[in-house]
Design a protein around this ligand. Sequence first.
Ligand SMILES: NC(=O)c1ccc[n+]([C@@H]2O[C@H](COP(=O)([O-])OP(=O)(O)OC[C@H]3O[C@@H](n4cnc5c(N)ncnc54)[C@H](OP(=O)(O)O)[C@@H]3O)[C@@H](O)[C@H]2O)c1
Length: 325
Amino acid sequence: MVLLTLISFLFTAILYTAWKRYIKSGPVYKNRTSFAGKTVIITGGSSGLGKECAIALAKCDARVIIASRNINKGKNAMIEIRAITGSENIHFMKLDLSELDNVREFVDNFNKQESRLDILINCAGIISSERSKDGKRGLMFTCNVLGPFLLTNLLLPVLRKTGKISPVRIINVASDAYLVKDIDLLRLDPCFSRGMSSLSVLGHYAATKLMIIYINAELNRVLSGDSAVTTYALHPGTVESNLGENFVQNNRILRLLRYLVMKLLARSPFYCSQTVLYCCSEPGIEKYSGGYFSELRQTRLFPHAEKIGIGRKLWEELERMLQNG
Ligand SMILES: NC(=O)c1ccc[n+]([C@@H]2O[C@H](COP(=O)([O-])OP(=O)(O)OC[C@H]3O[C@@H](n4cnc5c(N)ncnc54)[C@H](OP(=O)(O)O)[C@@H]3O)[C@@H](O)[C@H]2O)c1
């Protein structure tokens, strides 16, 4: 009996240690490059993963611009990060990726205020079944895909200009959720009706993450010849954050599932920020520009994320959407 108790105690201790070590935490990026004199935009820098990246980059002396939609939350994050890091070089600019005119306004303001952009981190993302304010598109598609696509394209001139002085990186936060969905080029933005199931909305979230991976690879082709500007998509890990909190509010089962995922599988934003920081500073990864990263290394994509021609068609379709307003 005593032996049995001892064995089960030992077994539980081993399981707990493995869970703590391999699930709840992960590799830590040790190389802390100085970003003094460099400017970084982090969309969604007001909470979760984006905020953690803002803290880490502020500690490395970067000029950090938090770009998110909620002004109070953004300013509070800025004040908190200044207090944590002791850096005054952290700023907030309002950016609502779901409103394309606001994206244009943001870039105009940025170009008036700033002369360089060394790193763009497209981190903001949501899970939602709502429509955008103008009712034309899904909020999730606009915030996760179309808005960041417009933002990146509008910022390309300043990124290229900065690239003439020192290397520039674009980081696109995707997700391994891409695995569960394929892209339907004819239905990039399924207009959400009230009857749409939660599962379909989650499926579309996964599709927006797959689109980010394709856009990242296509952007690399668009940039080819300009080795000073490189681009990386990544999976940060499952993050203990606010993602999906509003979405599950009215569904008890989803609320429970989300709670369990957060408690059992999610890592703190600190651990999840490590691959972002790796992509911001690791020397020599330029040769993988356009690629996908996770756990501090370049990772192979599943074949449905590397189909020839899809990236270009997606890119053209997004351009067409932007032209049509
Ligand atoms: N959580 C995960 O397990 C997980 C896993 C893989 C990938 N990711 C990805 O990681 C990224 C960060 O997510 P998170 O987990 O840190 O979530 P989060 O805590 O909910 O943070 C999301 C951020 O996006 C901003 N945002 C939302 N809508 C916006 C809009 N229309 N315009 C501008 N900013 C907007 C939010 O700002 P406001 O508060 O001002 O709205 C907030 O700062 C997302 O792209 C997500 O898809 C997350």
